[in-house]
Design a protein around this ligand. Structure first.
Ligand code: NAP
Length: 308
């Protein structure tokens, strides 16, 4: 097994048992929604299963009878607030590196497939062409460093190769705090929205990501795989598109550069993930993030109609 490679494993059959940790997060919720018709899915929130606590990992995996264990565990738990990771590096290390290491240890001992989410922030951002799975990582902040360490611990523990690491970027949904909900909240409060023009990446709809992971599981994919929607854009372009799509004033967006914002953590200037491997395995091309956004705007409008 080489860093950044992909290989084949046993496809996950319909009806297989999947447990999701970090199920209250935006990706966790999307996986629960997306997979419940095909798999037997169970979600765990942090109060039930804290991935940093060895006793929780023992209780749910090692001490559970083989008959009741899942076929696959999907780790959607992480400390994702990039600036908070910078100011609380020990917490970030616990959630993003130590926790995945514990899960990996228990999964390897019990033969459970571990699916883990990782990030474009493992890359430095100095490259100018899309990042492949085996591009050497070089994170520029604590979040990226701890997420990379999480990947390393999985590789160290799971010598059988029974893992799938899906790296993604700029995840958005109508649930939990994320860039989309932040832009909408500020616009509805008629506040200006400072957004950077010098950060380029690919927004990814949480539902599209869940669907993509499901397709990879159906095909028995293992190793590292990148998934994101296309095409690349700046945060400024993304924010303007969000406002236009939700019928809010686009002029609230104020273009700024990364150095002008009081961020604690650096962000990569360029972090476009290459999705050729995903395309080759699934035969699917990720759709434009604007299409997913338009669907969310329709859904949000419908929910509001029901409410009134
Ligand atoms: N958001 C992005 O833009 C983005 C981009 C690239 C990759 N990713 C990766 O995608 C994955 C999912 O991210 P997301 O956007 O869904 O994040 P999110 O909305 O912030 O959700 C994170 C989840 O992890 C839970 N959690 C945190 N620490 C935990 C612990 N010690 N034990 C158990 N649960 C814990 C949180 O629980 P509470 O509800 O209790 O806080 C929450 O449910 C993460 O691995 C992240 O690194 C995200």
């Amino acid at each position: 097994m080489r860093w950044g490679d992909a290989w084949n494993g046993v496809p996950l059959a319909p009806g297989a048992r999947i447990w999701i940790v970090g199920a209250s997060g935006q990706v966790g919720q999307a996986c629960m929604r997306c997979w419940r018709d095909r798999y037997e899915v169970r979600g765990f929130v942090r109060t039930e299963w804290d991935i940093t606590r060895p006793e929780d990992v023992s209780r749910w995996i090692l001490d559970t009878s083989p008959l009741h264990r899942p076929d696959c565990i999907v780790n959607c738990a992480a400390m994702t607030r990039v600036d908070a990771c910078e100011t609380h590096p020990e917490d970030a290390e616990r959630a993003n590196a130590h926790g995945p290491g514990l899960l990996a240890y228990a999964c390897e001992r019990t033969g459970i497939l571990l699916v883990h989410l990782s990030t474009d922030y493992v890359f430095s951002g100095t490259q100018e062409t899309p990042l492949q799975e085996d591009t050497p990582p070089h994170p520029c902040n604590v979040y990226g460093r701890t997420k990379l360490e999480g990947e390393r611990r999985i590789v160290q523990q799971i010598t059988s190769g029974r893992f799938l690491i899906v790296r993604t970027s700029w995840v958005f949904s109508l649930y939990r705090a994320n860039f989309l909900t932040w832009v909408l909240e500020r616009a509805r409060a008629q506040q200006q929205i400072p957004v950077v023009t010098d950060q380029t990446g690919c927004p990814t709809a949480a539902d599209d990501l869940a669907d993509a992971i499901g397709r990879l599981l159906e095909r028995g994919a293992r190793g590292w795989i990148h998934f994101r929607n296309g095409p690349p854009c700046s945060r400024y372009d993304q924010a303007r598109t969000i406002l236009a799509t939700f019928g809010l004033p686009v002029d609230l967006c104020v273009p700024v550069t990364r150095t002008a914002l009081p961020w604690k953590a650096q962000r990569p200037r360029y972090s476009v993930l290459h999705v050729g491997r995903y395309r080759a395995i699934t035969g699917m091309t990720p759709r434009p993030w604007q299409d997913a956004l338009a669907e969310m705007a329709t859904l949000a409008g419908r929910e509001f109609e029901n409410y009134s």
